[in-house]
Design a protein around this ligand. Structure first.
Ligand code: NDP
Length: 330
């Protein structure tokens, strides 16, 4: 099988040089094992953090070892009764065309509810991130104003739709005119292109004349600085991601937010979707129900070909994806 190894740790923005393709032999599955053929590989911003050395909430990738992440795969040979041939699974798998697994950590997914790739996006980890971060941490009430940054991405597009289901007014920020148009079509009340808007503070203030009650932060940096000026009393902030700084080599310096949080009695809470692991089944069930009722839409940017995985990953940092970024492997 083909596999992709971490060739070296990046300094700043990763390049193709960090990824090494290798062909490895796989033995036939032993008792208890299955042979998987990878269908879809998920590329996710958090994987950038795993390319660095050092302690975090998830162990770093090792240089010379396969990179791994969310994937959907199909069982093509089985010595495991729980996973017969033809089963489709989602799990954390190495970037390989074929994978030998003992089945641990794999979840079987239904093939009659939604396209199986949705279990990496709307009905998978990113959808659950939106679900728990918005509903548990932000808790928007009808008529409140919600701002979401990185709004046209895998998590953000779900956050905005969930906020609309809750009856909130929703403002999204994203990096292109196409993404802004897409967000309006999804039902966002306002969408702002942060790349072409000279004064984000002014644009956000105009879009949120009543101030901001909830902020779902995927991005950090200057967008977040501008939102913090608009916080209403008892605003809730779900700190989900800071992609604007993932490739920084020095600690970014900006306006200190503490006084703004103090003045608004705001609550800022960082979270990892894994914090809610025990409640994932509830989240998947509710997201699936809203999807089947037509209340939630999915969106994917699918790149074709195993050899395109590094490019699709690097594309996250250039804003190439709308909705969930995936690679179709087979
Ligand atoms: P996305 O699908 O949103 O892809 C990343 C997007 O980020 C790009 O399309 C791009 O859109 C935007 N972006 C890239 N660089 C910058 C930048 N410098 N400034 C502003 N925007 C930028 O990814 P996900 O939806 O999977 O993840 C969104 C965020 O949520 C990330 O920060 C991620 O780390 C975090 N996350 C956190 C989880 C948790 O458990 N806390 C779980 C999952 C994700 P644009 O064109 O708009 O610039």
């Amino acid at each position: 099988t083909q596999t992709i190894l971490l060739a070296s740790r990046p300094q700043g923005l990763p390049t193709a040089a960090q990824f090494q393709f290798e062909t490895r032999e796989l033995p036939a599955p032993a008792a208890g094992q299955v042979l998987l053929q990878t269908r879809y590989v998920s590329v996710d911003p958090y994987m950038r953090g795993r390319m660095n050395e050092g302690k975090s909430y998830i162990a770093p990738f090792q240089v010379g070892e396969p990179i791994a992440g969310g994937a959907v795969a199909e069982v093509i040979e089985s010595q495991n009764e729980a996973l017969p041939v033809g089963s489709v699974v989602v799990g954390n798998l190495p970037w390989q065309e074929f994978v030998l697994s003992d089945g641990k950590g794999l979840n079987r997914i239904p093939t009659d509810q939604a396209p199986v790739s949705y279990f990496l996006g709307l009905l998978g980890m990113p959808g659950l991130t939106a679900y728990f971060g918005l509903l548990d941490i932000c808790q928007p009430k009808p008529g409140e104003t919600v701002v979401v940054s990185g709004a046209a991405g895998a998590v953000g597009m779900v956050v905005g739709q969930l906020a609309k289901i809750q009856g909130a007014r929703v403002i999204g920020t994203a990096g292109s005119a196409e993404k802004v148009a897409y967000l309006k079509q999804l039902g966002f009340d306002e969408a702002i292109n942060y790349k072409t808007t000279p004064d984000m503070a002014q644009a956000l203030a105009a879009a949120a004349p009543g101030g901001v009650d909830c902020y779902f932060d995927n991005v950090g940096g200057a967008i977040t600085d501008a939102v913090y000026d608009l916080l209403n009393k008892h605003a809730r902030i779900a700190l989900c991601g800071q992609i604007a700084s993932y490739n920084d080599t020095e600690t970014p310096v900006g306006p200190r937010p503490e006084t703004k949080l103090l003045k608004s009695s705001a609550r800022l809470q960082g979270f990892i979707v894994g914090d809610y692991y025990s409640r994932w089944p509830e989240g998947v069930q509710q997201l699936t129900q809203w999807y089947r009722q037509g209340k939630l839409q999915a969106e994917e940017t699918i790149t074709e070909g195993f050899d395109q995985i590094p490019a699709a990953f690097l594309g996250l940092f250039k804003g190439e994806n709308t909705g969930k970024a995936l690679v179709k492997v087979s």
